[in-house]
Design a protein around this ligand. Structure first.
Ligand SMILES: *Cc1c(COP(=O)(O)O)cnc(C)c1O
Length: 389
């Protein structure tokens, strides 16, 4: 089955849809049983989509987890109230006091805060590694998990995922990857040996900037532990958000392709502007590690960053403020274009240095006509030059 056909088909088992096209929204806390035996059987059948208690999910949840398992080629999949909780629960599922954790230095900032905060308080030590190396030399006897994110948040370094996985496997270390950028459509981490693939479904999977949701998919060896420990943590997600995300998945292919092609045009225009130092877009050779992107991932999307020759906050603010079509905001992967002044956030790293003399803006390109967006950026650079003059 081709990718677009699969996106339409997944999770539409008749036991979830009944006679409708889409799975039912099954809202429930209490599930009632016809007999004691039926109740006990439902309790045992954790993986077969048996409804037991609302926290474990209803038919809507199981339609979504079945869909994600197929897309990720996973043995099991757990749903969380947001991407951050999917990350924190995945880490907590495989780490104990006294363990060491290796995390890529370009990691999403809240992941770093959790490692340096909660995990440190519970006796897990984290060290960070350069996204452009395989952190073999940093592996210790008590290293239990390597956390990958590729491309990295804001600065977009692409990792040699295959190389990192090989080093981890040689030392019996679990690998967890934040795969939010690629989505299962453009990269399947489990297929190259990553143990757990994590997504903020808040981004492209749901795609309309109106849902918070997270998901983690595991291979056979890691699924029982991820499932049991995530359930212990009491994490579950609203079936309305799950339904909305499953609806988003139907159009994931068309949205991402269109946004990627809009972003490509805009990136090419930006590369020509004299104030631009270089692009952090994984299709461009100026993006560190772009050769791994070409090797591993099937396509880009609407997200990329722009490094400016100067880090002049007043000029950057003038550029970002007063946009007509781009909105200022965190998050990305929705249908609408966003812009973010990111110089300040990209400096928070410990294993590598970020050149703070350069400015950074991040764009998430939406489904607007790309010429309107270029016109908007053209005016933004007029404002930028005005301040620098
Ligand atoms: C947004 C994001 C997250 C966190 O997701 P939330 O749903 O906002 O909690 C995690 N990783 C990456 C790469 C993200 O961009």
């Amino acid at each position: 089955m081709k990718d677009d056909t699969q996106l339409v088909a997944v999770g539409r088992n008749k036991k979830y849809t009944g006679s409708a096209v889409n799975p039912r929204i099954a809202r429930a806390s209490t599930i009632v049983f016809d007999s004691v035996e039926e109740m006990l059987a439902a309790g045992r059948e954790k993986d077969n989509g048996a409804e037991f208690y609302g926290r474990r999910g209803t038919a809507t949840t199981f339609a979504f987890t079945e869909a994600m398992c197929e897309l990720e080629q996973a043995a099991g999949c757990y749903v969380y109230p947001c991407g951050t909780s999917a990350i924190t629960a995945s880490l907590m599922s495989f780490l104990s006091a006294g363990d060491h954790l290796l995390v890529v230095d370009s990691v999403y900032e809240p992941t770093r805060e959790f490692c340096d905060g909660t995990l440190a308080r519970y006796g897990v030590e984290t060290s960070y590694y350069d996204p452009l190396i395989i952190p073999e030399a940093s592996i210790r006897e008590n290293t239990k998990v390597i956390f990958i994110e590729s491309p990295g948040s804001l600065t977009m370094e692409v990792q040699d995922i295959v190389g990192v996985v090989a080093a981890a496997k040689a030392h019996g270390i679990t690998t967890i990857m934040d795969n939010t950028y690629a989505t299962p459509l453009n990269f399947k981490p489990l297929a190259v040996g990553v143990d757990i693939s994590v997504h903020s479904a808040t981004k492209y999977l749901s795609g309309h900037s109106d849902v918070m949701l997270g998901v983690a998919s595991a291979n056979q060896a890691h699924w029982p532990q991820l499932q049991a420990r995530s359930y212990e943590l009491g994490l579950c997600a609203s079936v309305d958000d799950i339904y909305t995300t499953l609806r988003g998945i139907r159009t994931l292919g068309v949205r991402m392709r269109e946004q990627a092609s809009n972003a490509q045009l805009i990136a090419e225009w930006l590369a020509e502007q004299p104030e631009v130092d270089h692009l952090r877009h994984p299709n461009f050779s100026s993006c560190p590690g772009y050769e791994y992107f070409a090797r591993d991932m099937s396509a880009s999307n609407g997200l990329f960053s722009v490094v400016l020759r100067q880090n002049n906050p007043a000029a950057i603010n003038a550029l970002v403020d007063g946009m007509r079509h781009f909105k200022i905001g965190f998050s990305w992967g929705g249908y609408e274009s966003l812009i973010l002044a990111a110089s300040e956030f990209s400096a928070r790293r410990t294993a590598t240095a970020w050149d703070e003399s350069k400015g950074l803006i991040r764009l998430s390109i939406g489904l607007e006509d790309p010429q309107d967006l270029i016109d908007d950026l053209n005016m933004a650079f007029v404002r930028y030059r005005e301040v620098l003059r």
